[in-house]
Design a protein around this ligand. Sequence first.
Ligand code: FAD
Length: 555
Amino acid sequence: MPTTGSGFLLVLSLSFLLCSGLDALRALGDRSRDVADAAVELNASNFRSFLKESPLKFAVVEFFAGWCPACRNYKPQYEKVASLFNGPDAVHSGIILLARVDCALELILVPGVCAIDDVEVVDEMNIGDGEWQRVGVLTGDSHGVLLVAQTNTELCGSFSVSHYPMLFWGPPKKFSAGRWDPKKNNEIQLIDEWRTADLLLNYLNKKIGSSFTLGDEKYENENTLARNASDPAEIARAIYDVEEATAQAFKIIFQNKMIKSNTRGPLIKFLQLLVVHHPSKRCRKGSAEMLVNFNNLWPSDLLSMSSQETNLLEDGDTSTNYQICGKEIPRGYWIFCRGSIKGTRGFSCGLWVLFHSLSVRVGDEESNLAFMAICDFIQNFFTCDDCRRHFHVMTSSISEPLNKTRDLALWLWSAHNKVNKRLREKENELKTFDPRFPKILWPPKQLCPSCYKSSNENNDLENIIWDEDEVFKFLVNYYGRTIASLQEESYLSSSKAGLSPTYDITPSNAVVVPVGAALAIAVVSCAFGALACFWRTQQKTRKYSLTTLQRKTWN
Ligand code: FAD
């Protein structure tokens, strides 16, 4: 795409906008285009990281050139397929990522006060006369110079792109290695049947054993891959839903302005639990950031003001933008917790998985505190009225503190089964159940045969005699180790490639202090309750800078 003189002038005159980064550019791009592309456009600066962190099992990457007329004509075909799989409105989200890379990408780096280190954002800007110009926003230490650069040449070269378009198939994590060698038999394959949307979809159906069609409509996804809730490997993918549920829970809290003087304490306790025991590293990091900034964001004196006064102050409130698990999350779709019918599963499933994951990660000495933190969180912040009422009834019948990890994990498991049992009857009566995911007493025999001591001769599931030692062992493995196994895979491949892992696979339970942990985290790793102490000290003295804490803990 040639750079025109008028284009340069326009870009220069708009350079002030670029300093505000992504939002300004996105706004520019969005205003001028009605429908966003479904395929994700990647470039040299985000290709590896984006694919490495993708929760999906499969990816298609199209390498094209912006100037190539055949590629332009092919775009609507590719988009038809991409819109089935990508984005929050996709019929079959959470399975295949469709991405594209423009090998002829020209990037204008804009001068001005923006500092330069690396390209952070690439987008398109309408420069008039129906022409679009690619623009990059830069961050870092040095100042910008105006230049036009071919940014993706090297990336396309490392995939041996010899003509346009060229499409590849493989697991996202394999793409993240950033190369393809046609002579080597590796997991990335060149797609030969791609010329129409039908051909490409046929290819994908063959690859994953599905029978998707271009006419599939949202939530009528009877053709989706055979999902088997009894497959132990499925839970590994639940890590993404645990992140999604965490992000969504906090989004609800912020949007509904649920942090008040009486709910502040329970939220702080829950955050303390998350900092140490959330199975996702980026949610642990975000929770710690939130905790350290808590007093600034939600000062207790402000929360005790009258609602009129707080409303006045809330106008400039930035706390609602807080993304506890990082800026990519929530993604807007579910993977392990995806229902086959609209309105089923999703958030509440993700929350259960989060609570079970927490329950097996805490140490004996923390278990009762963790139990109270979870219960208070449910009572104060889970906005399903029936759910919290029923849950409260169950907690009220506990006569002794849950002094062991085993007590907590088994109590939560049994409470969840009571909910399953009640809902099974209700959903059967009202016909509101998801046919693919009926409520069962869990775990089913296929998942854990040893959990069953016996059931009566008619195979009556109501009268199961559980072997609780085996159930506990199973829960620890399922919600403790297996849920982290995907990250383990990505950790192993990234460490082989000399890259730093996205997730800390170190089990975050009390007996293992995260590698490289700073004093604060070392302390809280002994018992998350100790974080309260640290937090109070920190809030009083403000001696601990967040940046120092982050650098020490997560780098
Ligand atoms: P879920 O029940 O959400 O389970 C998610 C996953 O957890 C399952 O796929 C399975 O892999 C695993 N699992 C299932 N059972 C167990 C178990 N016993 N132990 C460990 N893991 C298990 N809905 C209501 O209508 N009424 C209520 O009173 C109610 N109370 C709730 C209380 C809480 C605390 C929560 C988090 C949710 C509650 N819900 C309630 C929602 C309901 O329990 C389900 O989450 C929702 O119906 C979606 O069901 P699901 O099929 O996705 O499976």
